[in-house]
Design a protein around this ligand. Sequence first.
Ligand SMILES: [Zn+2]
Length: 277
Amino acid sequence: MVMVLTVGELEAKVLPRAAVSKIVLVKEEECELKEIWVADTTGKIKLTLWDSLISQVHVSKSYSFSNLTTRGIQGDIILTTTPSTQVMEITALDVPDGDSEDLDDGASSTTLRGLVSGVQIRARYRCLRCHGIQTGISANSITHRCSVCNLLQRSSVYRSTYGGTIVFKADQQDHSLTVTDCCLTAYLVRYGVVYTPNDVETIEEHFLNRPELEVCINNDSLITSINQPPSQNRGDQGEAGETAEDWEVVEAGEAAETFNQDVQQGTLVDEPATVVE
Ligand SMILES: [Zn+2]
């Protein structure tokens, strides 16, 4: 028996537990989903986030989620976002983080360090009014007519979702990796990358121009995070010619704490990529 209930509004905190990211096909469209754990004072529950909502939600922060529905999967009730779900950050709820005992589901990851040798980023746009998927929004046009509800609207109001493939050369091997909207958006924001939302080529070129990157991938070759190795951010010595100085780079303190190997500016490391079990 499958019972679907609509949950008008939920105020909950995102728990720092292992989240699972997946790409699934819905009506022949690639969609990204991420399963997270949320909790309020009464208990915790799994919540599936879809597409562009994924990057709006961060661990340990509290949000109000509207228009969720429930789904029953193998006897468990989980919540899922819908196309009309809105997410708003609220004052932090007084909910403990809990113990992170189950780091098992999909948490095992590998870190690769190397160069992007090929990239294809796709953008999908959704009308906020009718939720219809758009076949394309011209990079140069400031207005766009929804192909479903026929309304002419500003191009900027369509909700965009990115995804694609990155061929990553690390350890003398080419790895074909899937990149999701969530990790791409997080990367673009963290490093202050300047790009045109309706022109994915500006994002593709950014990746091809990077001298070196570090990516974390899960067992399904899905990239869960992209980082710029810290030595490129210091840029205080010698030939900066090889670094992508055209891109505004913000200080990435948290990334800098994780990696302390010394890497020559603009050259590829000759040691094997770090592998985290
Ligand atoms: Zn529409």
